[in-house]
Design a protein around this ligand. Structure first.
Ligand code: NAI
Length: 326
């Protein structure tokens, strides 16, 4: 029987993993705590670990995992920026779930944008207080507007399909443009200059950290709406806040935040949140923050669990699949 420790495991993760591990030679132990230098000791005695976006799989943790004889790091997500692949190279394989339902993330992105631009979040609160005034709720039509999509992989394309369905003009930037994508590829600067809405769908890499910064914001249209359902570090949050204060940025829809790892997925109601940048963002009327939940649909959770269990089985049968390497 293979034994795997599932870190940062939440109640909603369990039904999918129970379903797809049933009848297999895999025993799962769920830990709510994240994997990091303090908790890696919990991995002792396991054949592998199943980790998520905010687990810290740095060189220290990898050294410990190797020392404990852990044989596999199975990411139950697409992004792998939280794993030191150089430290893992040749010592412990890393597998991931490359695609689990790109539409899930794309639909959340559009949901955030519609909510923000049509002020649904505010209307919800007003009507619950029997306040039926619609003052200050003027939005704009998506039809005919230009949306700039950065990263035209699986999620970017699903989002482009939705935008095309809305009758938007889609411009796109990707370091590897693909002719089959239904968008006009432009340079990054042109995308910044032309877009009414900018949506980030590229992975976080060394090269694109803070791709949205004060210089790029300066190149954008006044009133631009920025959506980030990709990774927090793609945006220099302070530059975004300045852009909003200067009224250059009209609104921001953020499912990810650069300092999210100790905050998102936890309940801080009743506490004083110490992160002044995040609290400033949340206090702004034209910012919507969701807590890294763009992936959270029944379909995606099942795909994640199924692929993760398949990745584990394949690895122990000697056919590694969905490996990520440095
Ligand atoms: P993908 O690998 O299919 O596509 C990524 C695309 O970005 C590729 O076409 C690649 O060429 C492009 N790219 C890479 N570096 C770039 C750069 N510097 N500038 C422009 N384009 C660049 O990945 P997929 O599945 O579409 O996911 C995208 C990202 O979405 C993931 O890396 C992850 O960070 C994020 N994500 C967020 C979730 C959430 O719950 N908020 C859930 C799943 C993914």
């Amino acid at each position: 029987m293979l034994k795997f420790a599932v870190f940062d495991s939440r109640e909603y993760d369990r039904p999918g993993f129970d379903k797809f591990s049933e009848g297999k030679d895999i025993e799962l132990k769920h830990y709510e705590t994240k994997l990091n230098a303090d908790t890696v000791i919990l991995a002792k005695g396991y054949d592998g670990v199943i980790v998520f976006v905010n687990d810290t799989v740095d060189s220290f943790v990898i050294d410990k995992l190797c020392q404990y004889g852990v044989k596999l790091i199975a990411l139950r997500c697409a992004g792998f920026n939280n794993v030191d692949l150089n430290a893992a190279k040749g010592r412990i394989p890393v597998v991931r779930v490359p695609a689990y339902s790109p539409r899930t993330v794309a639909e959340h992105t559009m949901a955030m944008l519609l909510t923000s631009i049509r002020r649904i979040h505010k209307a919800y609160i007003r009507t619950r207080n029997f306040n039926f005034s619609v003052n200050d709720f003027t939005g704009f039509e998506f039809y005919g507007k230009t949306v700039g999509v950065i990263g035209t992989g699986k999620i970017g394309r699903a989002f482009i399909d939705i935008c095309n369905g809305f009758g938007m003009n889609v411009v796109a930037y990707d370091i590897y443009p693909d002719e089959s994508v239904k968008a006009e590829y432009v340079t990054l600067d042109e995308l910044f200059a032309r877009s009414d809405i900018i949506s980030l769908h590229c992975p976080l890499t060394k090269e694109n950290r803070h791709i949205i910064n004060s210089e790029s914001i300066a190149k954008m249209k006044k009133g631009v709406v920025i959506a980030n359902t990709s990774r927090g570090l793609l945006i220099d949050t302070q530059a975004l806040i300045n852009g909003i204060k200067e009224k250059k940025v009209g609104a921001a829809c953020l499912d990810v935040y650069e300092e999210e790892s100790d905050i998102f997925f936890e309940d801080f109601s009743g506490h004083i949140v110490q992160d002044d940048t995040l609290t400033r963002l949340i206090a702004m009327p034209n910012v919507i923050v969701t807590s890294h939940q763009a992936f959270l649909t029944k379909e995606a959770l099942e795909n994640i669990a199924e692929t993760t269990i398949n990745n584990i089985e394949s690895f122990f049968k000697g056919n590694i699949c969905n490996e990520v390497t440095a």
